[in-house]
Design a protein. Sequence first.
Length: 276
Amino acid sequence: MTRIGLALGGGAGLGWAHIGVVRVLEEEGIEVDTVSGTSIGSIVGACVAAGLLDELESIARDITLREMLALGEFGIGSGGLIGAGKIEKRLRDHFGLLLIEQMPKPFAAIAADIYTGARIVLDEGDVVTAVRASSAVPGVLPPVKTDRLLLADGGMVDPVPVQAARDLGADLVIAVDLQGDYQGRARRMGFDPALQRNHIAAIRMARAGWSLALQALSRARLEIDRPEITITPRIGHIDMADFTRADELIALGRQAAEEALPLILAATGRGERMEA
């Protein structure tokens, strides 16, 4: 039987789109056997692997700007503008001291070692520590330190962790890329030839450059580690820093998954059985 892997990419607040993708797979009876994730993808992926997606969706749909700010705390001395204490407590409330090895589905989170630049696969040990490391955006959230490693956001080295899903035993990988809609993001930032702008602010240009670099890295990694199916939600019009638009993002994730469904059914052999 074909083992299906799910590789969930990074993208901060855009990660709620992953929930919509997973819901479509569930409704179609497509069982995911392994899960890998980077950054916000690691958080959603851990919830999928642990059977906690309902709880995460409830949090995502209810979170407000005030709650987002309440999770923050000054952490300048720890390597980030935001401390990790309150965020870790929120994660502990749901995962407790669960180990990755104890999860119902094989799971891996991807982080980057700041000391060496190496890609680090976290597929054993404490779940909360793994997802904290994978989602520690440099300069925003503090890195996770071990005896030999200084771990931060895996999106810097492997934004859509396809190979990790294969290494967990998947024969067929469905990847969800949150960085692919660069044109939508560019338009949101005012980069549109129809606007005929004579002056472009430096900060806006820097943000566009960073967004383009993220898209290019995702595209390059997907060329190296090619999944059987790539789902790219059209979510560029939403700011990555905005965690309060879950309803819209989940709907857009659903839409993208439904559009890819014929390919998924064909790749898994379900399309042939349905026609028969």
